[in-house]
Design a protein around this ligand. Structure first.
Ligand code: COA
Length: 301
């Protein structure tokens, strides 16, 4: 097996690998058909990650040159985000995941690494914790069918973010959570694919109270990433995003389980739990003082 960077001609092969890996794992371990039969939607995952972090995908190839594993990494000012990690089902449990992660730890050159993983997946939990990752935050992924009439009483304070907001958003997140990812936010605002939303709520003095991104990327519509000073502000952002952009559609989001008023509101809307998750860090993990909604796309541990 050898480790290399993803080449442009391997993108479709990688999309198939990610689909097969997730699909077979979930069918055989959890008896669920969560990822369907089609690999094509995963082209978008590869496209988004390559657009946001060009050249930041390590692939494992067998002796014939076929892809048997992959791991994306996302270098940021304060840390390196990791994910999605996928190994071909024919070689589960044979050290491919560890080899990919060790390479990314080497590339991180001492910076902390952060990721969101399934808490229902003992294979990934074991892989990451054996390498020294420490779970910091219990999360729950939920799905919600937004009513066609939306949510009455949606926020009047929420507005779309502009390029002029980007530095303030990054500073806000750094002040509250000790991590900075400024390059994510222009990507959302530029919105070249038309699939991204980014909204902010300000306080009367003009400083930020919170922000929330959303994406419409098959197989999911997703809320997140988002950061707010308090649960009321995050709820206002969630309600506003769902109402303005996702009426009549199914949307997924990841809530910190400790944010009980958000969790209870999600249940009251009819949301269902899809998975439990953990935000884990290898290295320095500053306290997360904000109400934080991570996502898998782009991976935002
Ligand atoms: C999760 C996944 C990436 C792991 O990759 P892998 O190549 O099978 O994992 P590896 O064989 O390299 O490593 C597994 C490690 O966990 C250890 N492990 C596995 N089960 C364990 C258990 N129950 N308790 C303790 N350790 C365990 C193994 O011993 C090994 O550690 P070691 O290298 O120190 O011996 C792979 O199963 C996969 O692709 N799954 C589907 C997609 C997915 O879930 N991705 C992760 C999303 S968060």
């Amino acid at each position: 097996m050898k480790l290399e960077r993803l080449q442009p001609h391997q993108r479709d092969e990688l999309a198939k690998l990610i689909h097969t890996s997730l699909d077979v794992w979930h069918r055989t371990r959890l008896n669920t058909d969560r990822f369907g039969n089609e690999w094509e939607p995963f082209r978008l995952t590869v496209e988004v990650y390559e657009a946001l972090d060009p050249g930041c995908c390590v692939v494992a190839m067998d002796d014939s040159g076929a892809l048997v594993g992959s791991a994306f990494f996302h270098p940021r000012e304060t840390h390196v985000g990791v994910g999605v990690v996928s190994v071909h089902p024919t070689v589960f449990g044979r050290g491919v995941g560890r080899a990919l992660m060790e390479e990314i730890i080497r590339l991180a050159a001492g910076k902390p690494l952060r990721l969101v993983s399934s808490a229902m997946n003992l294979d990934s939990f074991s892989l990451y914790t054996r390498l020294g990752f420490v779970p910091q935050l219990m999360l729950q992924s939920m799905t919600l069918q937004v009513p066609t009439a939306g949510f009455p009483g949606a926020s009047t304070r929420m507005r779309p973010a502009t390029m002029a907001d980007v530095a303030a958003i990054a500073d806000f997140e750094f002040r509250l959570n000790g991590i900075r990812k400024e390059q994510d936010y222009p990507f959302f605002v530029e919105n070249q694919s038309g699939r991204w939303r980014l909204a902010v709520i300000e306080k009367p003095d003009g400083s930020l109270a919170g922000f929330l991104a959303a994406s419409a990327l098959p197989p999911d519509n997703l809320l997140g990433q988002g950061v707010a000073e308090d649960e009321a502000t995050m709820l206002e952002l969630m309600r506003g995003m769902l109402d303005q952009h996702f009426r009549g559609q199914s949307v997924a989001f990841i809530l910190p389980s400790r944010c009980s008023s958000l969790v209870q509101q999600a249940y009251a809307w009819g949301a269902r739990n899809r998975e439990t998750n953990l935000l884990s860090v290898l290295g320095d993990a500053p306290p997360m003082r904000a109400i934080t909604l991570p996502t898998f796309l782009p991976e935002s541990g």
